[in-house]
Write a protein that binds this ligand. Structure first.
Ligand SMILES: [Ca+2]
Length: 188
């Protein structure tokens, strides 16, 4: 490696350090076992890691779910990735973030038209807010870019992540949960 290339890498490393220290302040990571879903369930609903990172400069919380397999662009049926947030006060699990593949045939509250990916903010009371935040489903990674004022801008909260092959409205439990029980705590 030439001296110039080494110098370039050193400069890039310093820039990466500066960028990361200003753009991302805190992260909470939940690690979940691979293979803890039913053998008949696809790998793309098997959560292996969930994390939340605050991008302070952008006032955005990024919820990221890593799956054991790549999520199809067009799944054959309903699929949802669903972090649940429990803020201080109010009912337990008072806000739900959902990225889902749905149509109104599977979920009456889904947006109109053929089956599609959409985001929704689920509130403890009242109708869900469709397309409340930006998201990205890319291979085995699902990212949600959430403005914290959507759920009351709390200084700390508890959360957990779930995946679903059946809408919550069916009464079926989540397909996978991370952590398997209880909550993870995040202080901003
Ligand atoms: Ca899992």
């Amino acid at each position: 490696m030439s001296r110039y290339v080494r110098l370039l890498f050193a400069i890039l490393a310093v820039h990466a350090l500066i960028f990361s220290s200003t753009a991302a302040a805190r992260t909470d990571v939940i690690v979940d076992a691979q293979g803890d879903v039913a053998v008949s369930d696809p790998a793309y609903v098997d959560i292996v890691q969930a994390r939340v990172t605050e991008q302070v400069g952008r006032d955005t919380l990024v919820f990221q779910i890593e799956l054991a397999g790549a999520v199809p662009d067009s799944p054959s049926g309903f699929v949802a990735f669903n972090p649940v947030i429990d803020t201080p006060g109010g009912p337990t699990g008072d806000f739900g973030l959902v990225v889902r593949w749905c149509s109104q045939a599977t979920v009456p509250a889904c947006g109109p038209g053929p089956a599609h990916w959409e985001s929704a903010l689920i509130l403890a009371a009242g109708a869900p807010v469709l397309n409340a935040f930006a998201f990205d489903v890319n291979g085995a990674t699902v990212k949600m870019y959430v403005h914290p004022t959507l759920f009351g801008n709390p200084a700390s909260f508890s959360w957990r992540a779930s995946s679903r092959l059946f809408p919550a409205s069916t009464g079926q439990p989540p397909t996978d949960l991370a952590p398997n029980s209880g909550w993870s705590d995040f202080t901003r």
